[in-house]
Design a binder for this molecule. Structure first.
Ligand code: NZQ
Ligand code: ZN
Length: 390
């Protein structure tokens, strides 16, 4: 196990009807709250009304920022920063999916810096403080509720970039699986895929050779998330499937499974962020389209052994034969599951063609440069991976 430092300051309040604690919990952190929401799901299902009633009863003044869209935009972050400063807000609440939570975090950090908030995404400026953030996720997917990351799209430059810091971890997140009962089938499937991919990236890319604890935890989470996603699609109001998805997605990207795996990056996410920046598709539709192809590329480089191992331990695939045979069986089982739950398993499934590869690679390269992994993931390599994903 490699050296690591693990710190996760987010308090989690989990379980059925725990959303009822929104008022008292917010009051512990602030008194003038900016409520960040998406394009209306929380209005339609009554969750916004309930949460704001509870918060107002607890004595909070609420200012609203509505209309965050999937692949959240920098302009909305700027609007939120202006509101936050104008009303001297002391707490930001993200009530929604990853897009809403990420916007809430970017506003929290952006309110505190004098410079342009985009500089933190370009890696030009460190985040050294942020307003306190509270999240109430309504979708199990991103893991944003228990990490310090945020991913924002700059609509002027066409870049979608990630940033993060210890200061942007939510102070508290209320995880009530009941809030996810209304998530439609496609978003339910994407949520499961996103969480599985968050587990797979450190699992496959970690550079330390011997990490049995991390591998076992990641495999157990992958297995449970896959089963619960399939289950929730058949029975959307099943509390236990939704609870497994929700806690599974949170644990998948809260730092636990990657601690100790050594130096690693998220290449599938890096390339996907370029895909969703260009085509404005759901994040995990892009991941599903890339994941099997990226695994085929790894296998072609003689790096299929761990893929075969994952196949045996997570997907119950072939146990006999070479690692190449095992890896191919794992990839094929994974792709079948993706198709079964309605996700694309190739770029062609998203109507993306070979002609688009150049542009995707150019944008992915910007993140590779910021992350300092352009030595491995240079343009030529990214294009090669994309050809395996086509
Ligand atoms: O906008 P509303 O009306 O709320 O509808 C949303 C949206 O259309 C809907 N939705 C959410 N909860 C619902 C619901 N519909 C019905 N009932 C509910 N309970 O779902 C749609 C998708 O929402 P979005 O927030 O975009 O989805 P997700 O949670 O998958 O977040 C995706 C974003 O997170 C980023 C992605 O890049 C993408 O921009 N990520 C953030 C990460 C992080 N902060 O750690 C890591 C991830 O890898 C990811 O990159
Ligand atoms: Zn993701």
């Amino acid at each position: 196990m490699d050296r690591f430092e693990f710190q996760n300051p987010t308090r989690i309040i989990f379980g059925r009807d725990q959303v009822e604690r929104a008022g008292e919990t917010a009051r512990e952190l602030g008194s003038r709250l900016l409520m960040v929401i998406g394009s209306g799901s929380v209005r339609r299902n009554g969750v916004l009304q309930r949460v704001t009633d509870l918060m107002e009863q607890a004595g909070l003044k609420i200012i609203f920022l509505e209309g965050v869209v999937p692949n959240p935009r920098l302009s909305k972050v700027r609007e939120g920063i202006d509101l936050s400063r104008k009303f001297d807000v002391d707490l930001i609440c993200g009530l929604g999916g990853g897009s809403v939570m990420d916007t809430a975090k970017a506003i929290a950090a952006g309110t505190k810096i004098q410079d342009d908030v985009w500089d933190i995404f370009l890696g030009k400026k460190e985040i050294d403080s942020a307003l306190p953030v509270m999240t109430i996720p309504t979708l199990a997917a991103s893991g944003s509720e228990m990490n310090g990351f945020m991913v924002i799209t700059n609509e002027d430059s066409g870049l979608k970039l990630a940033a993060g810091s210890i200061h942007t971890f939510p102070k508290v997140s209320i995880l009530d699986p009941v809030l996810t009962f209304t998530v439609p089938p496609n978003q339910t499937a994407y949520g499961g895929v996103d969480a599985v991919c968050h587990l797979m990236e450190p699992y496959f890319n970690g550079t330390y050779p011997d990490t049995p604890i991390q591998d076992s935890i990641a495999e157990a989470l992958m297995r449970n998330i896959i089963n619960a996603t399939t289950g929730a699609l058949k029975d959307p109001g099943n509390y236990d499937y939704r609870a497994t998805m929700m806690w599974g997605a949170t644990l998948a990207l809260n730092g636990l499974t990657k601690a100790g795996v050594g130096e690693h990056r998220f290449p599938v996410h890096m390339i996907e962020h370029a895909v969703s920046a260009i085509f404005d598709i759901p994040h995990a539709a892009g991941l599903a389209a890339l994941l099997p192809g990226w695994m085929r590329w790894k296998t072609a480089r003689n790096e299929g052994e761990k893929i075969a191992h994952m196949g045996r331990n997570v997907l119950n695939t072939e146990t006999k034969g070479s690692s190449e045979t095992g890896a191919k069986a794992a990839i094929s089982t994974l792709a079948s599951w993706l198709r079964e739950i309605g996700c694309p398993a190739s770029l062609g499934g998203l109507k993306i063609t070979q002609e688009d590869h150049e542009k995707i690679a150019d944008i992915a390269l910007v993140q590779a440069n910021i992350w300092g992994i352009n030595n491995i993931y240079n343009k030529e390599t990214i294009l090669e991976i994309l050809s395996f994903c086509q």
